[in-house]
Write a new protein. Structure first.
Length: 447
């Protein structure tokens, strides 16, 4: 198959707009973002958010966009390691697959359209829902073009996208699932996800990412979630990037009055990744649960910055992140709960726990940095934060070994139990089973 390679340039910005026949406002937005990209320097390595993961490690200079894939009629036509990460189509309301920057597969139940739900490729959605998308496009605190050089690049050159729109009162009973994949030829990943849940609607989106590049590749994706009054959104983000992908991900949710968000984030892949994950609780009654885990091995570095922003009274957020590290892996958790002066009655909780797997006699050890924080400007709140970094509990090991389990199996069971509270948040038993299998492989394989 012929692969089309595009450089990061103003000419490519125009070419993408022409290829997708984009509306005038998107063309202008792309051009403005490109100007910001050119003007913005890399983030300062001395900034708190970047000083443990230097931005210079991300291969901006060599990044190229490669478009190669064509649509298929059935998921089985995709490489097995791609479609096998997805849930069976009988268990979901729709499936959307993007390969190498292009739409490859789409299927959706007729009931979605009957309710007015839109589940589509973002390029296609621009033609039919231009004004709706325009009202929400990259208007967040961090999901905006000028947040940093990577978001500016994304805004100028995004090449594939997922659009979910649930109109007021719509109930999507089964999850929607998407897969973003890149084959062995690699290419920069610039996928955009936009989810809009209107008042009283309910929707679940499962989003997975996978790649097979042979050399260093850049990824700069953005996720935007808008939950209006009384909406209920569950968003599951799974990251299985290849060992040569260097990823920057900006994900932001906006919650209006009485909106509920359950957000599960699992980061297992990439060589180096930097994630910004933010919930904005804008109106009274908004609630956000942010749960996530990583299992880093070999020389991986996974860096996560989380932000729970309480802007209104009587809001609630609860964050729990758990990391497992082995070999020479490194994780960074930098979390913040901010409560604005008018946000009385806020409840905000944040916890990060890290488990280090260090076999006896090994000189190279993993490292976990855990930095939780609070900024409270109201006087009637209940907020707490905490973090732990520890090795396997010898008493737990002794208990299991005393019952006949060899040490490796005892350690594996402890790791599985440590991550289980997060994994259980993932809907569909098949996906939980696959995550459990991957955790097991991470434990047993050599780093």
């Amino acid at each position: 198959m012929t692969t089309q390679t595009l450089n990061l340039s103003l000419e490519t910005v125009a070419a993408l707009s022409d290829y997708h026949d984009e509306p005038a406002w998107m063309r202008a937005a792309r051009r403005a973002a490109w100007e910001q990209y050119v003007a913005l320097p890399l983030p300062d390595a001395k900034e708190e958010a970047w000083r443990r993961t230097p931005p210079g490690r991300f291969p901006l200079e060599t990044a190229r966009i490669k478009l190669a894939h064509k649509p298929v009629d059935d998921l089985s036509e995709l490489p097995p390691c791609w479609h096998q990460t997805m849930a069976p189509e009988s268990q979901v309301a729709g499936s959307l697959v993007h390969c190498d920057g292009r739409l490859a597969y789409r299927a959706a139940q007729p009931r979605l359209e009957a309710q007015g739900v839109v589940f589509a490729d973002l390029h296609a959605a621009l033609r039919e829902h231009s004004e709706l998308i325009r009202r929400h496009w990259m208007r967040g605190e961090i999901a905006r073009p000028d947040f940093n050089k990577f978001t500016a690049l994304h805004a100028a050159l995004w090449t594939s996208g997922t659009f979910v729109y649930a109109p007021a009162g719509a109930r999507v009973e089964r999850p929607l699932q998407t897969l973003t994949a890149y084959n062995g030829e690699g290419g920069a990943g610039l996928h955009h996800t936009l989810l809009i849940a209107e008042a009283g609607s309910r929707v679940t989106l499962l989003q997975d990412r996978i790649s097979q590049e042979a050399g260093p590749e850049l990824n700069a994706d953005v996720v935007e979630i808008y939950a209006e009054a009384g909406a209920w959104v569950r968003y599951v983000s799974l990251q299985h990037w290849g060992e040569q992908r260097y990823a920057v991900s900006v994900q932001e949710a906006h919650l209006q009055r009485d909106a509920n968000l359950v957000w599960v984030n699992a980061a297992l892949g990439s060589r180096v990744s930097k994630e910004f994950l933010r919930s904005n609780l804008i109106a009274p009654g908004a609630r956000a649960l942010m749960h996530g885990f990583t299992f880093a091995h070999a020389g991986q570095q996974l860096d996560q910055s989380t932000y729970q922003h309480h802007q209104a009274p009587e809001t609630f957020s609860d964050l729990l992140y758990r990391n497992v590290l082995r070999d020479a892996a490194r994780t960074v958790f930098y979390g913040m709960i901010r409560v604005e002066p008018g946000a009385q009655g806020t409840e905000g909780y944040q916890a990060n726990h890290n488990l280090l797997l260090v076999p006896p006699g090994v000189e190279v050890k993993p490292r976990a940095h855990a930095i939780p924080g609070l900024e409270i400007w109201a006087n009637d709140v209940r907020c707490s934060h905490g973090a732990t970094v520890s090795r396997l509990d010898p008493e737990q090991l002794f208990y299991l070994q005393a019952r006949g389990l060899p040490r490796p199996q005892a350690e594996s069971l402890i790791v599985e139990g440590f991550l289980r509270p997060i994994v259980e948040r993932v809907p569909l038993a098949k996906l939980r089973e696959r995550l459990g299998e991957e955790i097991g492989r991470r434990f047993w394989e050599k780093g």
